[in-house]
Design a protein around this ligand. Structure first.
Ligand code: AMP
Ligand code: MG
Length: 550
């Protein structure tokens, strides 16, 4: 690499925050420190299976470098680039509602911060490159299937307009990793892989929680000051720019903004049908980015109680419909964590209300957008949306396809009962609706007479509402198709790409990456990627349920 090398790496997290005094790499509790320096473990034969050209560009890494041996060696963890000073972060977290103590980067190693030509800083982090002091009893490694999922979903979310960490590369290590995928006592050897994740910061709620739990207010304050100065500089008053520590008001403004960003992120998840699957506080980014793609999934038929995570199957804490409440609960844990520094309960409670207020306002705007309405009329539109969600749940209806079909439904022609129609016309009209939406129905046998009349009534109501706005069909479709994606990373598609990749054919990874680059516009000869889940995938592992084993 020529000019791009000179951009180099910086390591502000390491330079400005207290680190672990112990330099040997063994599992332990790490105190009074935000990180431990640790080098990636070497792998036997690193090969780049796929990379994101957009992320490479963002980092000013030219194609000639990405395709050279040096890239595979670096992104596989075998060599460091000048200026890199790798480290693993110390954090804790609430897992499934319970305090879990120290967790930390057990299999993630931050290489350094790339400063690109626009002066932006991007942390490069390898996931799956060996043990760190935080690995507890695990191996620090990752397998191909979970790495393909993380790589593809990070980029898919970005192109959908959802705040997310990015993925630069997917590397096969050449080594085998043993995993008991179903936790049933049948471990198998699987290909090892490493994803290079990229984000302005990987700091989580749990990074703050660990110091609060240990009553280490000194380090807690240092991390809060660092985080605000580095990532939220707009919140700092000019008078405190040079001050040793920031003011309580600034901490409160910051917490308020974290709540707001978190709410915005979750509204996006609800819009596109994304279910994170493990919303533990250690998986909540302080920047409001979707982070840690593990047993996530995409809603197929609209079912708010659906969770992709087998570990969550009994409690359904992290199911689609619970995500808004859980994110709020997580923000409350962050409030608890920063309380020792802020020392004021009431303003923290107030700031937490920002979460609910932002969520509600954004959710309403988002739902209005999904329906092609100019705005959400509180009162009148609540029942319209509520009835729709009931309808989507009444029979197995693919959420993604339903909204696209709704967008293309002609409303201007007279399909209604408000003109002189006899009964057979009404029947014809209901049949027309059902056939228009049939691509979204998983089981045509579920379409009863009563369902037909319900959907008919709702569509009448919807048409009347659209008429109030005076929006014509073409404009409505254009605006709806900008917010309702056509292509999402359907669970079975990711699994097909994995199945092929495990057989040595990685082409479908790039194919999906390419389809998901442009998720809102129909793509020629790619209709197959927009179809509802085929029946064979209904109960297949990896397609319908995922274990945390990765
Ligand atoms: P997760 O559920 O993936 O968010 O992980 C929870 C914690 O377990 C984090 O501290 C991870 O770093 C750690 N962890 C997960 N898998 C491994 C692994 N294979 N080796 C070491 N640590 C791991
Ligand atoms: Mg995690």
């Amino acid at each position: 690499m020529t000019s791009s090398t000179s951009l180099g790496f910086e390591n502000r997290f390491v330079d400005l925050l207290p680190g672990d005094k112990e330099s040997k790499n063994f599992c332990r509790q790490v105190f009074d420190a935000c990180y431990s320096k640790v080098k990636p473990t070497s792998v036997s034969n690193p090969q780049i299976v796929a990379y994101s050209r957009e992320v490479a560009e963002l980092l000013n890494l030219p194609e000639s470098w990405m395709t050279a041996k040096e890239a595979a060696e670096t992104l596989g963890g075998n060599r460091l680039m000048p200026g890199m000073d790798p480290y693993a972060m110390c954090y804790g977290g609430h897992q499934f509602g319970n305090w879990a103590g120290q967790l930390g980067d057990g299999r993630a190693i931050n290489l350094g911060e790339r400063v690109n030509s626009s002066g932006q800083r991007w942390v490069l982090q390898l996931k799956g490159s060996g043990v760190t002091p935080y690995s507890r009893h695990a191996d620090g490694l990752a397998v191909l299937r979970s790495s393909v999922r993380e790589f593809l979903c990070s980029e898919a979310m970005h192109h959908l307009g959802v705040p997310t960490t990015r993925a630069l590369s997917l590397v096969l290590t050449g080594d085998q990793v043993t995993r008991d995928m179903f936790y049933d006592g049948n471990p198998e050897r699987e290909p090892g892989a490493i994803v290079c994740r990229v984000a302005p910061s990987f700091v989580r709620f749990g990074n703050f929680e660990i110091f609060a739990a240990r009553q280490d207010t000194v380090t807690l304050r240092k991390l809060m000051d660092f985080t605000i100065r580095e990532y939220f500089p707009h919140l700092i008053a000019t008078t405190e720019l040079q001050a040793e520590t920031l003011s309580t008001e600034t901490y409160l403004r910051w917490f308020d903004e974290v709540c707001r960003r978190t709410a915005e992120m979750v509204v996006h998840w609800m819009r596109v049908g994304f279910v994170h699957g493990v919303m533990n506080t250690d998986n909540m980014s302080i920047l409001g980015l979707t982070i840690d793609y593990g047993p996530y999934g995409w809603l197929e038929d609209y079912e708010p109680t659906w969770t992709p995570n087998t570990t969550d199957a009994s409690g359904r804490r992290y199911c689609y419909g619970q995500q808004p409440q859980i994110a709020m609960w997580n923000c409350a844990q962050l409030a608890n964590a920063i309380w020792p520094v802020v020392q004021q309960e009431e303003p923290l409670r107030e700031a937490l209300k920002t979460y609910s207020a932002t969520f509600e306002a954004n959710w309403q705007t988002m739902m209005a957008g999904k329906l092609g309405l100019r705005s959400f009329n509180v009162g009148a539109d609540e029942s319209l949306v509520e009835e729709l969600l009931k309808l989507l749940n009444a029979i197995e209806t693919d959420m993604t396809l339903f909204y696209r079909q709704l967008a293309s439904l002609p409303l201007e022609s007279n399909f209604g009962r408000d003109c002189n129609t006899d009964e057979s016309d009404v029947e014809d009209e209901l049949d027309f609706f059902v056939s228009h939406f049939s691509v979204a129905f998983y089981d045509q046998r579920q379409i009863s007479k009563s369902y037909k009349s319900q959907i008919g009534q709702w569509l009448q109501k919807y048409r009347n509402r659209v008429r109030q706005d005076g929006t014509d069909d073409a404009d409505r479709q254009t605006s709806m198709d900008r917010i309702n994606p056509l292509y999402v990373l359907r669970n079975y598609l990711a699994q097909q790409a994995i199945d092929k990749s495990e057989q040595g054919d990685h082409s479908m990874i790039y194919e999906l990456l390419d389809v998901l680059r442009d998720p809102y516009r129909p793509q020629k000869n790619r209709e197959i990627f927009a179809e509802k889940r085929p029946e064979w995938a209904r109960n297949r592992a990896g397609c319908s349920m995922l274990s945390c084993s990765s």
